[in-house]
Design a protein around this ligand. Sequence first.
Ligand SMILES: [Zn+2]
Ligand SMILES: [Zn+2]
Length: 190
Amino acid sequence: MSRPTSSVRKNREVTILSYEGHDISQFRDSLESAAILYGLEPNFASDAFITSDISELEKQRNQRDAVKVIMYAKNTLKSSDENPRYSLVVTRHDLFMNKMHFVFGLANREMGIGILSTSRLTLRDENVTPSQIKERIFKEAAHEIGHLGGLAHCENRTCIMAFSNTLEEVDQKLPLLCDDCKRKLRIEGR
Ligand SMILES: [Zn+2]
Ligand SMILES: [Zn+2]
């Protein structure tokens, strides 16, 4: 039984947890900043994690099914005492979804659960610097949390809510929401 004060607090909370217990502490700053962008309180749950059964297809593709992991996360979170408004699961596995070859992340607004893959965002080709990688993680984590808050994809290519199909498109975005999305968020949030 949670006391009123605690449920008020949790109502503004984003629980950030890992898939299969991988160490996500190296991304902590970026992930927490993504929650703070929306005025939400990050709860970095370093000891909690989500697991799922792994299908033959997932093994073959060396990827995880984003929709399936979100379902598993829902069941795990439902059976725990925690009742965060939003949860973000972070995995080092590459993700796919339905017919899409890969996705950086996915969010299910109804369930309040998003998933983010650091697999491609951390690729160290070209002259990628650690701060660029941090920024990529921040932008795509903030993108998924934006969906949880009710934002759809944005046409503005520099906005965090623009859909990214490539790393170049991630890098093209500014670490910000455009004014349009900020306004929509104010309407959705009330
Ligand atoms: Zn999206
Ligand atoms: Zn926008």
